[in-house]
Design a protein around this ligand. Structure first.
Ligand SMILES: Nc1ncnc2c1ncn2[C@@H]1O[C@H](COP(=O)(O)OP(=O)(O)O)[C@@H](O)[C@H]1O
Ligand SMILES: [Mg+2]
Length: 352
């Protein structure tokens, strides 16, 4: 199945035909698109959940309506209710005018609630009610509004665990989970890698006016690699290959690190400055510590710094250095993130 979505001009045909798992997902999409069933998409970051959601919308009779994406992790929790359901003038300090919520904007279309696990409990309760009768009030309002929208939710988190910890409502989970689509990680559908790689290659060659090619050995290596960042990581690696003069070597280095027990994320771009172990040599990236100065406290500090640096880099690579998104995922302010990036001496692999 191949669909070009209408609402996003930068989109291109997703490839849902390269493995039995994705073909099965394509069949589910075809079967449920025209029902109004709520869909719950699960899978690691970068596997293609957004594409699946857009494909459902594009295949449904709602395709002429809006596809509205709300990333529940991207919006500060205090603003989420108003973002989703809108507010009346004067509902809170700063509410100078009435504002429509995303549910209203998605009327006759589809609302895609990404990273649903980040929804605070109070809002989970409100969402549950909305899913029951599609009625709600704006923040600070009494009027009951009714919307006609299809709800698709997604998460990369283990919701069963979140439920066990009391962080996610079980009744909401069952409400959302009418149709569940689990998008497997790329390493479980490696047969798609050559085709995905060649599509990305063609796209980036066109975009950057290059004629790069993939050597068969490079392709073989890409097919073996672990792809913890899934299709998004593959896309970024191919982009690098196209743009960098020594792209093939960069891939070689990445894959070699991946095999030597690293997580495959390039930890060597920046100058990490502090303890002299930047994970080169393919050894474990546990920091080598010296006890000479500072004692145990300093050991703790260095360990924490290194752990922070690793998390930072991993998230930044996964989101293609989209700092705003990284800040949200890491639950720090944008400003803190920038400070940390600079403290850790991290630099983007490539300025685009
Ligand atoms: N089957 C696919 N065909 C083409 N591109 C894909 C496919 N799956 C994922 N991608 C690309 O990989 C990136 C990550 O996909 P996305 O849907 O945003 O993942 P998720 O929402 O699961 O994090 C996007 O740039 C997307 O276009
Ligand atoms: Mg997504």
């Amino acid at each position: 199945m191949s669909i070009v979505t209408e609402s996003d001009p930068t989109s291109y045909s997703p490839f849902f035909d390269g493995s039995p798992q994705m073909r099965a997902i394509g069949t589910v999409i075809d079967n449920i698109a025209d029902t109004d069933a709520t869909v719950f998409i699960r899978g690691e970051s970068g596997v293609g959940k957004d594409l699946v959601a857009r494909a459902i919308h594009a295949a449904s009779s709602r395709r002429r309506g809006a596809f509205v994406k709300v990333n529940c992790a991207a919006i500060p929790q205090g603003l989420l209710e108003s973002e989703l359901f809108g507010h009346e003038k004067g509902a809170f300090t700063g509410a100078h005018r009435r504002k429509l919520g995303q549910f209203e904007c998605a009327n006759r279309g589809t609302i895609y609630l990404d990273e649903i696990a980040e929804l605070p409990l109070a809002l989970q309760a409100k969402l549950l009610h909305v899913l029951q009768d599609f009625q709600f009030s704006r923040v600070g309002g009494h009027e009951l509004l009714e919307v006609d929208t299809r709800v698709i939710a997604a998460t990369n988190r283990d919701l069963e665990e979140a439920m066990a910890r009391g962080e996610f409502r079980e009744d909401l989970y069952y409400r959302l989970n009418v149709v569940e689509i689990k998008v497997p990680p790329l390493r479980e559908r490696r047969e798609e890698i050559p085709e995905l790689a060649s599509r990305f290659l063609a796209r980036f060659n066109m975009q950057y006016g290059r004629q790069k090619q993939l050597m068969p050995e490079t392709l073989a290596r890409l097919t073996e690699y672990s792809w913890l960042g899934n299709v998004r990581e593959l896309e970024n690696v191919i982009r690098r290959l196209v743009v960098l003069a020594d792209g093939e070597q960069a891939i070689e280095a990445l894959v070699t690190r991946g095999r030597n027990g690293h997580n495959g994320h390039n930890g060597n771009n920046g100058n990490n400055g502090n303890n002299g172990n930047n994970g080169r040599n393919g050894h474990s990236s546990v920091p080598r510590l010296t006890f000479a100065e500072g004692g145990l406290r300093e050991v703790g500090r260095r360990g924490a710094r290194e752990a922070e640096r690793k998390a930072l880099l991993e998230v930044l690579e996964r989101v293609s250095w989209n700092r705003a998104e990284a800040a949200r995922i890491l639950k720090v302010s944008y400003k803190t993130l920038l400070t940390k990036i600079s403290d850790c001496g991290l630099t983007p692999p490539l300025r685009r």
